[in-house]
Ligand binder design. Structure first.
Ligand code: MEV
Length: 428
């Protein structure tokens, strides 16, 4: 089945669920936690964090149209913000017409940092650490034989000497392939396990032993082509080429201005974090990684996506972003809704999931830029907002869309006006 589904947004929740079930070849029980969150056992929540009193529900939507490396995906997104799911779906639709997304990832390698203080000879210590490379890696790997058996484990070491106001620090990076886990637990355990040996061979004192969220060795990349002839806006008398130029200007501001760049990258993370939340991944880790990488990769804060024209004048969009996501060892494998989201995606590895998320980030960003560079972002926002206002005024079923359309056309998106329109409609 293809993920290109027209009118998905017009269907009822039950119709959408039926379609998702068919698409992903699932049984009724698989989607029960999505359909009926109240069926989730509170004891499971009580085990997740401390002092649990209940839960906070977010809407989960499905982004349609995604074609990534030739495979169709329906993408679950959990987010409180209107328009994000629609924008991702729209971006994916236009990317699809250009052949879809092509995504790749590096190996899932995370960094565990060990900070050594008060080392008498930092540069000599650096050499001694590297001389003991094999021993240190073996010591780390002893802590996680399962990961090693799965083809992961500690692979390499980097050592840096950093000068600080409190003297030199020798900072050891343990590079760990965490396979299908996000890896924070494995990496932190390994960093702690090698600490006393590092103290012994350096004569220093270990302070920090913790994963770095600047996951520069765990990158996901995606590219897509947006055909210029599909980008025009007749209502605004903008041809495809005009829109390509306008998008390039909108993107360029993010290249030269950190104030715009923050918002540009925020839009990318709207999509990525929504998939992270739906799949039970640590979205704070992804946000930290994304924004720090946006700085680190260029020595100054830059957009995580790039846009350019190909030889025919079509728009080419690319993204490169660290994405430390997992399928095992975390909430993803425990939380019933996250498990359902993974089944909907049908992903088999954390790297596949990272490739999808990078594509969603690119789709999201492209759709935002296109809207911003043409009619502006409020039109889309307002039509959804208008539907909420119509419902607040008491409209039900088809009345909601009828009232919402009128509110938008009149540019009066207010409950009092919605009530008047509803009375008129019902009188008729
Ligand atoms: C809003 O959540 C995200 C945008 O501001 C992103 C952007 O400006 O590129 C629309």
């Amino acid at each position: 089945m293809k993920s290109e589904i027209s009118g998905f947004y017009k269907m009822s929740i039950d119709e959408r669920l039926k379609l998702v079930k068919e698409f992903a070849n699932l049984g009724d029980a698989d989607l029960e936690p999505v359909k009926n969150p109240a069926s989730i056992d509170p004891k499971m929540l009580d085990r997740m964090i401390e002092n649990v009193v209940g839960c906070m529900m977010l809407p989960m939507g499905i982004a349609v149209n995604f074609l990534i490396n030739g495979k169709d995906y329906l993408v679950p997104m959990a987010i409180e913000e209107a328009s994000v799911v629609a924008a991702a779906s729209h971006g994916a639709k236009l990317a699809r017409a250009g052949g879809g997304f092509t995504a790749t990832t590096t190996e899932p390698v995370m960094i565990g940092q060990v900070q050594l203080t008060r080392v008498p000879d930092p540069y000599g210590a650096k050499m001694r650490i590297l001389e003991h490379r094999e021993e240190i890696l073996a010591m780390a790997n002893e802590k996680d034989p399962v990961l090693v058996k799965l083809g992961g484990g500690a692979r390499d070491l980097n050592v840096r000497v950093l000068e600080s106001r409190r003297g030199s620090y020798v900072v050891v990076h343990l590079l760990v392939n965490t396979r299908d886990a996000m890896g924070a637990n494995a990496v932190n355990t390994m960093a702690e396990a090698v600490a006393s040996f590092l103290e012994k061979i350096t004569g220093g004192r270990v302070v920090l032993r913790i994963l770095s969220n600047l996951a520069v060795y765990r990158l996901a990349r995606a590219r897509a082509l947006f055909k210029k002839e599909l980008l025009g806006k007749d209502d605004l008398e903008l041809g495809g080429e005009d829109v390509v130029e306008a998008i390039l200007d909108a993107y360029e501001l993010a290249e030269v201005d950190p104030f715009r760049c923050a918002t540009h990258n925020k839009g990318i993370m709207n999509g990525i974090s929504a998939v992270a939340i739906a799949t039970g991944n640590d979205f704070r880790a992804l946000e930290a990684g994304a924004h720090s990488y946006a700085f680190y990769a260029h020595g100054t804060y830059k957009p995580l996506t790039k846009y350019e024209k190909d030889a025919e004048g079509n728009l080419v969009g690319t993204i490169e972003i660290p994405l430390a996501v997992g399928l095992v060892g975390g909430v993803t494998a425990v939380h019933p809704t996250a498990k359902a989201a993974i089944k909907i995606l049908g992903v088999k590895s954390a790297q596949e999931l990272a490739g999808i998320m990078a594509s969603v980030g690119l789709a999201q960003n492209f759709a935002a830029l296109r809207a911003l560079a043409t009619e502006g972002i409020q039109k889309g926002h307002m039509s959804l907002h208008a539907r909420n206002i119509a419902a607040t005024a008491g409209a039900v079923g088809e009345e909601i869309d009828l009232i919402a359309e009128k509110l938008v056309a009149e540019r009066k998106i207010r409950v009092d006006r919605a009530r008047e329109l509803l009375e008129e409609l019902r009188r008729k």
